[in-house]
Write a protein that binds this ligand. Sequence first.
Ligand code: NAD
Ligand code: UFG
Length: 335
Amino acid sequence: MTILVTGGAGYIGSHTCVELLQKGYEVIIADNFFNSSQDVPDRIAKISGRRPKVYELDVADGPTLERVFAENSIDAVIHFAGLKAVGESCQIPLRYYRNNLDSTLTLLETMEAHGCNKLVFSSSATVYGPKNESPYTEDMPTSATNPYGWTKVMIEQILRDYCAANKDFSAVLLRYFNPIGAHESGLLGDDPNGIPNNLMPYVARVAAGQLPKLTVFGDDYPTRDGTCLRDYLHVVDLAKGHISALEYAESHTGAEAFNLGTGDGVSVLELVNAFQKVNGVPVPYAIGGRREGDLAEVYADPTRAHEALRWTAEKTVDDMCRDAWHFICTRQAEG
Ligand code: NAD
Ligand code: UFG
């Protein structure tokens, strides 16, 4: 089977390409490398022993995407391509709506023209919005608090409408919780440009001495230690969830959402302490004020993914901390 992976050079996409290649799928990456490095396909090939085909393109560029479908017989698409920084999406909302919506619409039109009818989409726990309470279940109402989140809510709706009109189409909407960690080889991981927004890459850079200290955003939440709880899952477990989703799409039609998380909430301080203990490195931190928009508790009810996809996250928080540290040390050694 040949799988087109949009955004396949990115953090989650690259790990998913490794899993796909190791399972024997043919892989085609379509990425504009806006938020990823040109050497990622080589790294994927080094780990998996097989080389993905790569097209450097913007998924919203219809004629170029058309060429990809004309040149290859594509059986299914995993659609990771998108902009993902919550804060930035509030500053430049049009860019987020244009990129995330246009790329999805162009992709669907091109798939339709070529009779390709299986799609796995990168959605997010952010679609549960501020009003639902954890643990989140897939049938809760969706909403958002920022343009990034709205693009996910809107794309989910587009896919539901498309499936309602096209009965042989399958759209699997994967709602990721907080993917962290890296490939155990140290060759792939989360390597954001500039100062990281997210907790784990920030912690890793503090531990590596690249940043002076972590600011913990608030310790006055109604949680067991006052810091926010999140459902952290290892990116390799998440990547494997996409193989399960593809298998599901083989035998089901319609649009269906699945939470991909562990079901456990881990606090900011618990994650920082685990990182220090597992890796034997200090992570200096100070308690700061709350970050606007943060929720006290975000964790999944992953029952539907367990039962329908037969997928369960297996790796521990210690695995996530160890692999994130190995990745940053490998990066530093590479210079
Ligand atoms: P990433 O930025 O590392 O990867 C996205 C990739 O898509 C990048 O390589 C980027 O260059 C590419 N891209 C963006 N727009 C494109 C376009 N128009 N055409 C071609 N390529 C384009 O992000 P990630 O963390 O791997 O996330 C992948 C997907 O998962 C995104 O849709 C994101 O919104 C979603 N998601 C991520 C998280 C997370 O915490 N990382 C959580 C929930 C959902
Ligand atoms: N945090 C800190 N200090 C930091 C960074 C983060 O204390 O320097 C805290 C945050 O306050 C939060 C936790 O660490 O309590 C996790 O924060 P992240 O930014 O790593 O992750 P979020 O849960 O805020 O956001 C993630 C994705 C979003 C997605 C959201 C959905 O990054 O794209 O999950 O729930 F929308």
